[in-house]
Structures are given as structure tokens and as C-alpha cells.
Design a binder for this molecule. Sequence first.
Ligand code: SF4
Ligand code: SF4
Length: 134
Amino acid sequence: MKEKMVLYFPSTTTEQPFIYYLIKDFNLLINIMKANINPRKEGRMVVEISGEQADFAAGLEFIQARGVKVFPLEQEIVWLEERCTHCGACTVICPVDALELDRETMKINFSGEKCVVCEHCIKTCPARAMEARY
Ligand code: SF4
Ligand code: SF4
């Protein structure tokens, strides 16, 4: 099987060689399409993973048990600006600062390229301005 996924690494996990483990211990092929990893900070990686179904499941279980969050890539989060009231509630819960409050304008900015599709903002937004698209 082959799947594109987003891997989200909390700050406590970014110094561990998870990609190496997936390749060596689970026989998976990893094509890194996009990566933003910094020591002791949260990181994000867009990857295409190929391998046998059992290895795939075991490998993902292994990294998830150690704190890495895994999201399917076919899902995308969109910000419906016309609905947004710029209340700022989403900026507190977004784990990767994809939603930030501009202190000068007091308006929200959404950076889709940082988003790891965790969907926390969808549940939090009182104006239903965040949506998942498939
Ligand atoms: S889904 Fe929302 S809360 Fe989660 S990373 Fe994307 S913008 Fe942030
Ligand atoms: S929680 Fe919703 S309404 Fe409030 S700033 Fe975020 S997107 Fe806009």
C-alpha cells in the first residue's frame, strides 16, 4: 500500500530518528515531500509511505505510541474569512501556529502550509469559520 500523510512531531519527539526506524525496523519506503523540523520545537512532515499493510500499520502504531501524530493528507482545512469574527479562540489551541493573531490589525492570519489537519480549530470556532475539505 502507498499513502500520503502528515506527520506532526511534538517538541519532545523531534530529536528521535523516527523516519530511520520506519525504514529499518518496518521495511517502509518513505518519500519526504515537505519537512519543517527544528530541534526541541514542534515539527511537521508531509510524506508518502509505501510498504506491506502489516508493516505500515505496525510502523504507524510505533511512532504514534511515542507521541507522533499522523493525519491523512487528502484532508485539507480551509478558513472561511467571511465568517471569521477574529475572536482569536483558535489561535490558543492550534498546535503549530497556523492561525495567528496580527497584533497590529487584531485580525487572524491562516497559514495553510503550516496546518497539520488536527481539526482542533473546527471544534473551537464559534463562527464555524474553519472547515475540513476532502
Ligand atoms: S486544523 Fe486548525 S488547529 Fe489544527 S493545525 Fe490546522 S489550523 Fe491549526
Ligand atoms: S475561532 Fe473562528 S471566528 Fe474566532 S478567530 Fe478563529 S476562525 Fe475566526
